[in-house]
Design a protein around this ligand. Structure first.
Ligand SMILES: Cc1cc2nc3c(=O)[nH]c(=O)nc-3n(C[C@H](O)[C@H](O)[C@H](O)COP(=O)(O)O)c2cc1C
Length: 777
């Protein structure tokens, strides 16, 4: 390649897997490309096309890693790209005619549309003139992504370089320095520290790595890993002090917002609705004492009730009330388990002009912020070391001006546990202490010992980037661009909706587990180093701000706090169009949430057919629910609500299908969520049968799928499935649950048919949308 050769690694990712794989791939040491750029697929027009226009080399190299979400949908950060490649005008332009590409799809065979987004991209790029250098590769989360991802990433850089006839090698600026520095010290030789005094002042991070390596003698240094085993540096996003420019001509990233976004939705991740929390309650049998104490503290604050400072104090009070520490003699192990399992139901206000509509089965996106402690740490660090003030303006990826504080709060993920070794290597470049630099490089190396120590020190202890900056303090001089360039974006959190708009059209309800746990023990020289308490950034914040609502205080200043929410519609996880279809709902734990929405919806429809509908349901029937904006039908299948309503009166006269609900949890008296509601639904005959499984109440663990075979259940289920065309819905946490439930259904079907027939029967059910999953890991 005569000109500078660039490899573009593009990703589409909803929950971060594809993003990590793409960034790790981009960070691999490679001598084949001058430059590696890695960013979201939606940035394609802005970042790839201008470069391609300037350069005249024969083939540009593009590697794409994308997951699939919803049911066959592109992740949010790839949806604009997918729409672009599908346009007929794009086909005419053949924008990929100078591109060699390969696509890696991430998906889950539990979903019908396995790796659909990757399939579409792979096919379309060929139609748009691209040269496919390798057939589409799909990795299945149900069997383990690594099996497919590892071999693909091992070989793909060589393959794409060959396809682009690339052979030159210029490592990026920062990278070059680092490799030279490593090579200066003979690889594989111990680094000689400058003097004995420094050895005695190892930082905590260095001391831990040394102890885990069994280096007892202080003069024994950590071994420098071979440069070949280290990742390379690529900044995925730029973050520069803001310099006003002439108006951008880039149309692909327009932030302008009129009545609806291009997805047809009024509120989206970029343009969320500011909602107030209205009601909150523990669905678990959890004392509200902590909420009461937190509320007293919030109310007594001299500043604003929900200032960073008062929220921090309140969240500490809550944590102290729910002891998780094994060293707490006043708390039994069982009480600690219950303290760590808290589920909250939260009702949020919707706009009263019906511009945020949803249907049962949809999720609600919530934009979160990093914790005030991590934000403050980063702001103080940037000010102290670089004189950058929190209110100074910066620009991310040459976009509009935002303050440094806003960037630290909302743009980059400071709180999630570090999963990528790239970040450790990135920090090592800024370490001014030699021992820290070597320890960080050792941790980031792809060697057996590097992997093991990364797992026990970084991964299992759930260290985030701020923890790393504290463990290795000489890295705190990291530049703003250096720090933010290596961090992933702060992703929104998604929660299944547990309400029905037919019951109340101006509120929406979600149910979530508060993430709160203790990391495993890590002993260094016989002393406990681990046992860190980890809290979910979103859920611990929600629990704290909701404390006045949790203890029914009448002083909740809803005007002082708002949550940024947006709808995430599903096309697939929808109730059948007719009421006559029997339903089998399987939702252990918080997997019950969407089914409470389904059942509330079904109750409202029944009442409607009987002439005593809620005002909300009448509103829908009168056609006001769509609220004066156009939703693209393909994006949002809300219209099914109307189909359903059309069919109610006729159907009610004839037949309403039965509903069997399978719910599972640990203890009946602690985490049987919605128990009263389930019993009421049974009394009202909205629910035909309720099957509960408690895994920690008896001598044997009982799970939802075990209930399929209890008493007459198997016969009943078989009749419902094979004779009455029942639809099965599964929702919940963990792939193991989905796999076990699926196997149990096949086992059940085998009571009536041969082994192969049972599997193909279930496959056919999937195709007919009669076996629908919503699982998360
Ligand atoms: C709500 C949801 C919907 C999903 N839908 C599909 C799907 O339709 N097809 C598929 O192959 N995988 C589907 N998956 C699986 C994801 O593609 C898979 O978990 C992937 O590893 C996620 O990668 P990401 O973190 O980069 O988004 C879905 C996962 C979730 C959580």
């Amino acid at each position: 390649m005569s000109e500078e050769s660039t490899l573009f690694v593009l990703y589409g990712s909803a929950t971060g897997n594809a993003e990590h794989i793409a960034k790790d791939l981009a960070a691999r040491p490679n001598t084949l490309f001058d430059k590696v750029l890695c960013f979201e697929l939606d940035q394609f027009k802005r970042k790839c096309q201008p470069t391609w226009e300037k350069e005249t080399i024969t083939k540009h190299a593009v590697l794409i890693v994308t997951s699939t979400t919803g049911n066959g949908d592109a992740p949010e950060n790839a949806s604009r790209f997918v729409r672009y490649i599908k346009r007929s005008q794009t086909v005419d332009e053949k924008p990929f005619r100078h591109v060699a590409y390969a696509v890696l799809g991430l998906g889950d065979t539990n979903y019908d549309q396995f790796c659909q987004c990757a399939k579409v991209i792979d096919k379309k790029l060929l139609e748009l003139g691209g040269t496919r250098i390798r057939p589409l590769t799909c990795a299945d989360e149900a069997t383990g992504l690594e099996e497919v991802v590892e071999p693909w990433t091992e070989r793909i850089l060589d393959e794409i370089a060959v396809a682009c006839r690339g052979s030159s090698c210029n490592i990026e600026e920062g990278n070059e320095e680092s490799k030279e520095a490593i090579e200066e010290n003979e690889v594989g030789q111990p680094l000689i520290l400058e003097n004995g005094a420094r050895e005695l002042t190892f930082s905590d991070g260095v001391a831990t790595v040394r102890a885990l390596l069994g280096l007892e003698n202080k003069s024994q240094p950590i071994w420098i890993p071979d440069a070949k085993c280290l990742p390379s540096l690529t900044a995925s996003r730029s973050c520069e002090l803001f310099v006003p420019k002439e108006e951008s001509t880039d149309f692909s990233c327009s932030d302008s917002f009129t009545t609806t976004s291009s997805s047809g939705l009024h509120y989206t991740m970029k343009h969320p609705f500011e909602s107030s929390p209205l009601k909150a309650r523990y669905l678990t049998n959890t004392s509200t004492k902590a909420a009461e104490e937190a509320t007293c503290l919030l109310e007594s604050t001299e500043t604003k009730m929900f200032s960073d400072e008062s929220l921090l104090k309140a969240s500490r009070v809550i944590a102290s009330q729910f002891s998780l520490s094994p060293e707490d003699d006043f708390c039994t192990q069982e009480q600690r388990d219950r303290n760590g399992k808290r589920v909250i139901e939260l009702s949020l206000a919707l706009p009263d002009d019906y511009t945020l509509e949803y249907a049962p089965g949809d999720s609600l996106g919530l934009l979160v912020e990093n914790t005030p402690e991590t934000v403050q740490f980063v702001l103080d660090m940037l000010q102290k070391n670089h004189g950058i003030h929190s209110n100074q303006q910066v620009s991310i990826d040459e976009g509009r001006a935002v303050t440094v504080e806003e960037v630290a709060r909302r743009h980059f993920d400071l709180c999630s546990p570090v999963k990528s070794k790239r970040i450790l290597f990135g920090l090592s470049q800024f370490a001014t202490d030699e021992a820290e630099r070597v320890a960080l490089q050792f941790l980031s190396s792809k060697t057996t010992e590097g992997d093991e120590i990364f797992k026990s020190f970084i991964d299992e202890q759930r260290l985030n980037v701020v923890d790393l900056l504290r463990e290795f303090p000489s890295t705190q001089g990291v530049s703003m661009q250096g720090l933010f360039g290596m961090l992933p974006a702060l992703p929104p959190r998604y929660y299944s909706v547990s309400s029905s708009p037919l019951k109340n059209s101006t509120t929406v309800t979600i149910a979530f587990s508060v993430v709160d746990y203790i990391t495993p023990s890590l002993k260094i020289c016989g002393r406990e180093r681990g046992l860190r308490r980890i809290g979910g950034v979103a859920t611990r914040f929600l629990e704290t701000i909701c404390s006045p609502l949790l203890c029914s205080s009448d002083k909740f200043p809803s005007d002082e706090i708002s949550l940024k929410i947006f709808p995430k519609p599903t096309a697939e996880f929808r109730m059948p169009k007719t009421l006559s279809t029997p339903l089998i709902l399987i939702g252990p734990g918080t997997g019950i949430a969407p089914f409470m929405g389904f059942l509330a919806h079904r109750r409202a429809l029944t009442q409607l057919s009987e002439g005593h509908a809620t005002l909300a349901a009448q509103t829908v029937v009168e056609g006001m629910w769509r609220g004066g904006y156009d939703v693209m039908e393909k994006d949002l299948s809300i219209h099914s609500t109307h189909d359903l309503l059309d069919s109610v009166p006729r159907e009610r006269k004839n037949h309403v299908g039965s509903v069997d609900l399978f719910f599972g949890c640990r203890h009946a008296d602690h985490d049987w969520l919605y128990r009263k509601e389930m019993e009421d639904l049974l009394d009202e005959k909205i629910l035909s049968a309720l099957h509960t499984a408690f895994s920690r109440d008896g001598p044997n663990k009982v799970y939802v799928q075990d209930k399929f075979f209890e008493g007459e259940n198997s016969e009943r289920l078989l009749t419902l499935i094979t004779e009455q065309n029942a639809s099965i819905y599964v929702c919940g946490d963990g792939n193991a649950m989905a796999r076990d439930v699926k196997n149990a259904i096949v086992k059940l079907l085998r009571q009536k048919m041969g082994v192969e027939d049972a599997s193909s029967y279930l496959e056919a059910m999937k195709k007919q949308n009669r076996f629908v999953l919503d699982i998360w890991s």
